[in-house]
Ligand binder design. Structure first.
Ligand code: GLU
Length: 476
């Protein structure tokens, strides 16, 4: 095994057949961290040889997801679809050297082999029928198979899973080129990782069975295989493999739900990697402390509560500029115009402690940006009673004379009003809250006044006073 500190050149190699999901994002994060932690490089490669299932929309979704998470690549994206000539070239080389051969077996014959193996309760494997054919079969477009060694075994030291050994008897001659001239995954991945000088392949452990086959191809090409690190999968909080059923599995869906990229990065890193029992890691901490060897061998469970907790933490303590940019995005999505209310910076100061996500934050801040026509019925019934008219209007007069519209001064004005009328703070606070917000929930009342702003606050108090008068007139 190479020195733990030697620069890692890693890659993320998604197939663009869907969005960037949480599992893929975590694999990408580990590959990115491994490179950053060792002063190496991180390469992005789009594995789009399956022309039918690959779409430009998913390429874009993957790139957008990585951008949002801040997983910048030093190289790429490379596209496998640009490299068909190269796969042909390497196939020719393997054919010439006797490491590959053309196979003309019909679908029916392969199907028979499979059925026989099933009956005998054996693993289906190709029997090498076409290995030593010297004549092509007329009218049949062949596939190309790799001639896997017959004996011996493949041994490798996985940097997460430890030593793995597979006997060659368990492997068969896999197809490397389809009849239509497109390469298969196991072949293209070897050619690419070799050409791109990848020295550590980090990927999901669903690929662990492919690795011995790939190592045999490296050897046939006369190349030293890279090292491997297979990372375990992510389970939903019910212990089943993470799937759509568990809600937002796409990274960008977590954005839409109001999570911060730094929170998600911290969370995903801790999902399978640990450093003592510490939970909070900035990107810089992660880059300093991450070692691929410290990734857990066991699958980890997704825990939304912990993610919420981290998101709250980053809303309070995270990089302010990045949070504000994200907040602005959410305001736009919610149809709110940020210039029609308090500065987002002030909004964040008040609300960060009170919410777990930016979506909650924006929803609870609507009245700071948008006027409302009616008061929520229950809150109005309870708090905008005729007896509230006197304190509200006394307060209104004092507020109208206040120039220093700041939380401390506002607090003092409310207190002075309550003292002058010899009533408790709450007798003013609740009617005022409903007047300002339209309902009974808000931040501290002085902060609420501050955010609503002077003109709007006075207008809303007038609106509430009108409501109490109508109510009195109506005898309700
Ligand atoms: N395209 C493969 C996948 O998305 C890549 C596997 C690998 O990293 O080798 O599963």
């Amino acid at each position: 095994m190479s020195d733990l500190k030697s620069p890692i050149r890693s890659r993320f190699a998604p197939s663009p057949t869907g969005y960037l999901h949480i599992g893929g994002a975590r694999t990408a994060l580990f590959a990115w961290l491994a490179a950053r932690a060792t002063g190496g490089q991180f390469v992005l490669r789009i594995e789009d040889t399956d022309r039918e299932r690959s779409t430009p929309e998913s390429v874009q979704a993957i790139i957008d997801g990585m951008d949002w998470l801040g997983l910048d690549a030093d190289e790429g994206p490379h596209y496998q679809s640009d490299r068909f000539a190269r796969y042909q070239e390497v196939t020719e080389q393997l054919l010439q050297q006797g490491h590959a051969y053309r196979c003309y077996c019909s679908r029916e014959r392969l199907e028979r082999l499979r059925e026989q193996a099933e009956k005998a309760k054996e693993k289906p494997r190709y029997d090498g029928h076409c290995r030593d054919l010297d004549q092509p079969v007329d009218g049949v477009e062949p596939v190309i198979r790799f001639r896997n060694p017959d004996d011996g075994s493949v041994v490798f030291e996985d940097r997460v899973r430890g030593r793995i050994e597979i006997s060659n008897e368990e492997l068969d001659d896999l197809v490397i080129m389809r009849a239509n001239g497109t390469p298969t995954y196991n072949f293209a991945v070897v050619v690419d990782d070799l050409d791109m000088n990848i020295n550590l392949v980090i990927r999901g452990d669903d690929h662990i069975n492919n690795t011995p086959r790939q190592i045999n191809i490296y050897r046939a090409l006369g190349a030293e295989p890279p090292e491997f690190a297979h990372v375990p999968m992510i389970l939903g909080d019910d212990g089943a493999r993470l799937s759509k059923r568990h809600g937002a599995v796409s990274v960008l869906a977590w954005r839409e739900k109001g999570y911060l990229p730094d929170a998600l990065v911290n969370y995903l890193a801790r999902l399978g990697w640990s450093h003592g029992d510490r939970e909070v890691f900035s990107r810089r901490d992660l880059i300093e402390l991450f070692r691929i060897e410290d990734v857990n061998r066991k699958a980890s469970r997704f825990d939304t509560e912990k993610l919420n907790w981290l998101n709250q933490h980053y809303l309070r303590e995270g990089d302010r500029e990045k949070i504000l940019a994200e907040l602005a995005w959410h305001m736009g999505r919610a149809g709110l115009d940020a210039v029609s209310g308090p500065a987002l910076d002030d909004l964040l100061t008040v609300q960060a402690d009170r919410v777990e996500t930016l979506v909650e934050l924006v929803e609870q801040s609507r009245p700071f940006y948008e006027d409302f026509e009616t008061f929520e019925a229950g809150a109005a019934k309870k708090h905008l009673r005729p007896v509230a008219a006197e304190p509200l209007s006394a307060l209104r007069d004092r507020l109208a004379n206040l120039d220093n519209w700041q939380p401390d001064a506002l607090q003092q004005v409310i207190q002075d009003t309550a003292d002058a009328l010899q009533i408790g703070f709450g007798k003013i606070g609740m009617p005022l809250r409903v007047a300002l917000m339209g309902h009974g929930q808000s931040p501290a009342i002085n902060q609420t006044l501050w955010l609503v702003g002077k003109d709007r606050s006075l207008a809303r108090i007038d609106q509430a006073l009108a409501f109490t008068r109508e109510r009195e007139a109506g005898g309700r």
